[in-house]
Design a protein around this ligand. Sequence first.
Ligand SMILES: Cc1cc2nc3c(=O)[nH]c(=O)nc-3n(C[C@H](O)[C@H](O)[C@H](O)COP(=O)(O)OP(=O)(O)OC[C@H]3O[C@@H](n4cnc5c(N)ncnc54)[C@H](O)[C@@H]3O)c2cc1C
Length: 429
Amino acid sequence: MEYYDIIIVGSGPAGLGAAFQLIEQKPDLKIAIIEKSKISSGGFRNDGKQNYTYPIGFEEKYWDKAQAEYYLDAAKLILDPDILTRANMDKYHKRIEKIEKNIRLVEVDQAHIGTDKASAYIRALTDRLKKLGVVFLYSTELDSIDEKAKEIMCINSSDKQILHIYRYHKLVIAPGRKGIGFLQEVMDQLKIEYADYIIDIGVRAEAKRENYRIVDDYYDPKIYLPGKVRTFCTNSGYAIVKRDPTCRFSVNGEALSAEKGSNNLINFALLKTMKLTEPISSGREFAEIIGKMILGISKGKLIMQRVGDFRCKKRSTAETFNDHDLGYDFLPTYQANPGDIALGPLKIILPIWEAFKYLDKIVPGILHPSTVLYFPEIKMYANKPEFLDNYFQAYPDIYLIGDGAGTSRGITGAWASGARAADGILKSL
Ligand SMILES: Cc1cc2nc3c(=O)[nH]c(=O)nc-3n(C[C@H](O)[C@H](O)[C@H](O)COP(=O)(O)OP(=O)(O)OC[C@H]3O[C@@H](n4cnc5c(N)ncnc54)[C@H](O)[C@@H]3O)c2cc1C
């Protein structure tokens, strides 16, 4: 049975952030990263927008500005971001002031890698860790924990055969959003209290770049609109909509690096934050019910609708989806089923449509009839564990971090949560 001082489960930004902080501060630590994929496959692999301004990407229940900025500054030293410029911000602020006082345009320092550059970027990070002595165990999936013996049972993620039992002194679990259900099982086993009541749900819009020109001034504009609705994850340049690899009920979006030029399209999500209350017991289950409903009525596909059809209270159809006579003059980048997003719950669709109307005043053009609305886009940050300390220790010597644990909502926040857990571990050693 192999022993490691620290075992980190998951090689996404949270896991890597923890590993860097640990090994750089204490090079003699024996650290292993367990990853169920064949390669480091966490969130750095998609798109790679990095946000460096609090509170973007941080869960405010666990973070204040000073804490976040401390870890963001440290992250910059390793991730070396190329911060993008913003322009004409005054124009938008003034416009918003005249439209509605409750709208905020938050200016965020951002860098963008691009999906095509992600592999090389991850390789550079993991190679650095390997050189520092961190061991990567791929195709290895954490299956169960014996917290008393401080052992974990791992299986081979392809054939699910038992692979190995490892002993740890400290265990850091960072399984990402895909691992939310798994983490809930772990928390139930360890009797860690958690709340699971918040989800973000909405639509992803895809439009011609000429109909959302704000992207010329601000790469991923963060606009907070009435009804707890916000813009999220804007992609431009070579922008593509796709099925979310971490949630089969959801669309997502990404862009290639600036080198790949432009397809003259943009996409972004408009999400509503929902805080569910009794008797709903699980935000995750609620989101899954909506996702399953859409897949169920649409032969296993997500749905999309042209704004022109939605405005006329008509479903979109395959026959007219790309009808130039109706002004539908670009092909969608993701093949969802033409349908009616009004099939979604009123509580979600109504505030989102209201928010679109505000957005169309701020950036005239986004509600052009050709704009495609994909439904649903779901972000689950449901788990809110009760931690034992300030360093995300949820059970003696077990730390839960990253998006799966609800401590972050993006790459940099996840990285920071890993580094913060590492600091807690270093203090206790
Ligand atoms: C298409 C797409 C685009 C995105 N674009 C952006 C963006 O531009 N900017 C941004 O800030 N965020 C973006 N995100 C979100 C971002 O990916 C996450 O916020 C971030 O990756 C969370 O990091 P994490 O380390 O918590 O989890 P993850 O990055 O999901 O990593 C978790 C890792 O744990 C592994 N794992 C899970 N369970 C186990 C187990 N039992 N045993 C072993 N290993 C396990 C997984 O294989 C995975 O590698 C995007 C997400 C998607 C899906």
